[in-house]
Write a protein that binds this ligand. Sequence first.
Ligand SMILES: *Cc1c(COP(=O)(O)O)cnc(C)c1O
Length: 392
Amino acid sequence: MLKKNRLFTPGPTPLLPSAQVAMASYGAHHRTADFRTLFARVLADLKEFVGTQNEVLVLSSSGTGFMEASVSNLTSPGDKVLVLTAGKFGERWISLAEAFDCNVDVLSAPYGSTFSTEEVKKRLTPDIRCAYVQATESSTGARHDVEAIAKLVRAMPDTLLVVDAITGLGTTHFDVDGWGLDMIIGGSQKALMIPPGLAYGAISERAWQRMETTKSPRYYFDLRKERKSAAKAETAYTPATSLFAGLAAALDYVRQMGDGNLAAGRKALVDSAEMCAAMTRAGVEALGLKLFSPRAPAAALTAVAAPAGADSTAICKRFRDQFGAVVANGQAEMKGQLFRIAHIGYYDYLDTAGVLAALEQVIAEVTGKAVEFGCAVKAAQEVYKQRVASSE
Ligand SMILES: *Cc1c(COP(=O)(O)O)cnc(C)c1O
């Protein structure tokens, strides 16, 4: 049977056709008025997409580049930082902070869960210079309560809060300025529907002030230098110009989702991810499968535990070989234990129904047990109907 290659991974995500066209035809030099116009527009639109008055910068790197920038620009060697981690991306914060010789305090929750507010409160002491957390932990499908964490951090006069929202932005509602997030970071290959290669972040006034005195080494990811260039609608070094053209098209698409209002479009995009995630969870559970992060599931992706006696590597392989669907396996030590279906960005009802219909076939094949075909799709349809009815 014909197989279309489709991504269900939590980055990269399906590409927006209008962004692909924009990227393919873009050839302007980056020190020209044409590019400056595009760049200024993208920065202004990104502020609305993030939902902040804070300054937004874009770096030509993958998301981890901005994560590194948040450590190298906001800390000095020996600074005490607190990392809240419950997965592979949380562990990346630990490695990054150690690479810059921070004194790293770690609060960890088991894979598949999140931290209680009480635990975070106990660990937050006034000497902590920065706290680092994910909004959505893409390795386990868990959502962390950024609002509650921010409330605790804001009670500390000297602690900055940095949020890796690389799969959170566009799938999760944030009040960046109201909650007082000092840095919130996103990546182009997630909800913004374009290929990997750009990372963006919104930076608070408190964070800019911190950068006046911090001493960790930095060169390419020097945010103060980028800020100076951005004031002239330029980047410090050669940017990934065609990705900027794609990003402008993607932000236009989100604006159209909001009938001309980008903030409304962002809300619609998040609501769409919430709907696809709720449909997926219902479908998975109807098949008798267990969510890997049942207590705080993210809208960005659904992580599903491999059924007893089955290996998720075989499930992912079957998805790809039989249906051309790329579903993500567990990362590192979670490999074989779970598979992940994302709902990020350019991803809709038909994608959701299709992947669940394929999941029914895959589970029947891999477990050798009888599956009632249609049960996952039906459960998802019921969720859709109820949610649409209750929002009318
Ligand atoms: C994708 C992702 C990243 C960034 O990874 P890159 O490969 O550097 O783009 C970081 N954190 C989370 C939660 C992610 O999902």
